[in-house]
Design a protein around this ligand. Sequence first.
Ligand code: MIC
Ligand code: SF4
Length: 748
Amino acid sequence: MSMDLAKKLYAKMPDACAKARAKFGRPLTLAEKILVSHADNFGTQTWERGKAMLALRPDRVAMQDATAQMAMLQFMQANKKQAAVPSTIHCDHLIRAEMGSEKDLLRAMDENREVYNFLASAAKKYGIGFWKPGAGIIHQVVLENYAFPGSLIIGTDSHTPNGGGLGGLAIGVGGADAGEVMAGLPWEVLHPKLIGVRLTGKLSGWASAKDVILYLCGLLTVKGGTNKIVEYFGSGAETISATGKGTICNMGAELGATTSVFPFDQKMVAYMNITDRADLASLASANKALLVADPEVYQSPEKYYDQIVEVDLSKLEPHVVGPHTPDLARPISKLKAEAKEKGYPVELKAALIGSCTNSSYEDISRSAHIAQQALKAGLKAKASFLVSPGSERIYHTMKRDGFLDTFEQLGGTVLSNSCGPCIGQWKRADGVKGKADSIVSSFNRNFPGRNDGINETLSFLASPEVVTAYAITGDLGFDPVNQTLKGADGKEFKLQAPVGEELPSKGFATGEEGFVAPAENGDGLTVDIPPTSERLQILQPFPRWDGKDFEKLPLLIKTKGKTTTDHISPAGPWLKFRGHLDKISDNMFLGANSAFASEPGKGTNVLTGESNLTIAQIARAYKAKGIGSIVVGDENYGEGSSREHAAMSPRFLNVRVVITKSFARIHETNLKKQGILALTFAEPKDYEKIEQQDRISVTGLGSLAPGKSVQVIIHKADGQALTIQANHSMTEQQIAWFKAGSALNALN
Ligand code: MIC
Ligand code: SF4
């Protein structure tokens, strides 16, 4: 498995790094070492941060069930016998959380049978490892089994960077990227710029690894990491457990970062040892110099990173972020006053811990320590308290070491090893639509409607130990660090700061592993897609570009403010249609705020004047008439996840152009892959010029060229026409995708 990959990689790294040092004329950062060692062809590529497109050869591909469906459907169109690189599928997103682990899992197996059968049969045929439902959440399973120092892993999920906790570059991509890499093509990415984060000091008291990233989200914002790799270093880095590093890298996705990475150290050795990879740990130790930056970089980091951030872990306070965005951060001690000032409801209805980002042994043991103190004082959780373990390993170890009992005694419910409430697969027993209430979780996303499908819910994020303290008091105004609470006997007491163990002293317990290996030879095997399926639909290629400019396209929607992929293609109940493009497209833009409608997801058919329609209804009406349309977006459009449905549905419903103030990385690539013209306003304020009744033309498409802007003509209702400029970031190859109708068409 990883051992062979690591051996090969470490054998070629010295030479690759030497060539790069010679070419760049300077020492290398860790991220650079990994990038150059995975170059498709180092010598012929341009290496310019923020400008050049790199062609890389990832070591492996990981896919989760919600995105794997499209990734596999697209891969199948390439007609290959086998995946060209080691790949795995993980069934974690489609399990609904409601009744607790066992029942939820049984129901999921039943409800999602078709999808699981499809994925399992495709995995078996094409040489891909299959992790059954209940085995764990993709990123946790990848960290436990596949990530290794120096590796380059791509995953069809934006939180793939979790693998940076073990010193590799693990990067979230759309399904088309995964499909292509599995088909044997190199993977392309914009050469990221580098943010160096120097960590000094040591975490203590209530502060945890989660607080490092919550603090950075506040500092750098959701756009701060776009097309950048965050590389951590410094004495403080060595004090953080490998899983804590995973948490930090995982949630670096909320900065929009391409990925995040930590240099190899003893914490990684300890983690690999306890997860049955002692051989890998010693191999990495023997190659340590390759798996950290060159010494000169650590001596004068400002010379080698594009930006430097300093964090003194000793001074870091626990943080809480939210509501509605992960970059609205403050130390917990400031939250009470802010809640009062802004009118956030302080009664907490639910507190949720776990998920792919925060269910390590360390997280769980520290949270259990808080729960035990409450139990000792005769208290139970006031808020509904839910626990999502990240994997079978974690679950069984929690059970063996009594943590499950502790949480259950507190009144908590342990859910299956899956995403559940983190992705809106959560049936809230108490949810009252239309009434704003507050919830808190240790997850990483908190966009409106994200967890419970209720847009009004105010969702806050904090470390699992802080969330457990909140579960006990049910009060967002409570500051566990500085305040006391009342025990059952009426006496005041203070929660002691959490104490836990980084790794289980007895080792990890194992459950049913849940892994199914592929067939040695899949030639005679078939892929299971029932022709009448409501869940799966074979993809039809999108039409090629007809060679003409886009003339007077109606405006489908102009989104206002934050437009995440959750706004464009909501998850929750829609997840079940991830394999059926036609059906899922009815959710298109349901969560998006339009500049011209008072209700999210609604708009006007500008051809008939009919209003209050869903955006999908409008697009379908235009499509039926053979008319394309245009979408206009605000800043960081497509922030958040890797889900390519946010690009495929618009493409399917005939959106030809998306023009925004700026894009999030994965989404911009997804749009290009699907053959949509992704443009940005040369003058961001031109966004203001677009009105509902405008018809918009994009001209000069025949001479599209890298770096050359295009002309956009806004035809006003009164007959006036305004000409503005828009930029694109397409390479020659990406222009070919546009012309072919999609990247996949260009392949065939
Ligand atoms: C998410 O956290 O938003 C998801 C659900 O894991 C997505 C992928 C998806 O939409 O399937 C992601 O982060 O990429
Ligand atoms: Fe699953 Fe949530 Fe992690 Fe995404 S962020 S992989 S939905 S647990």
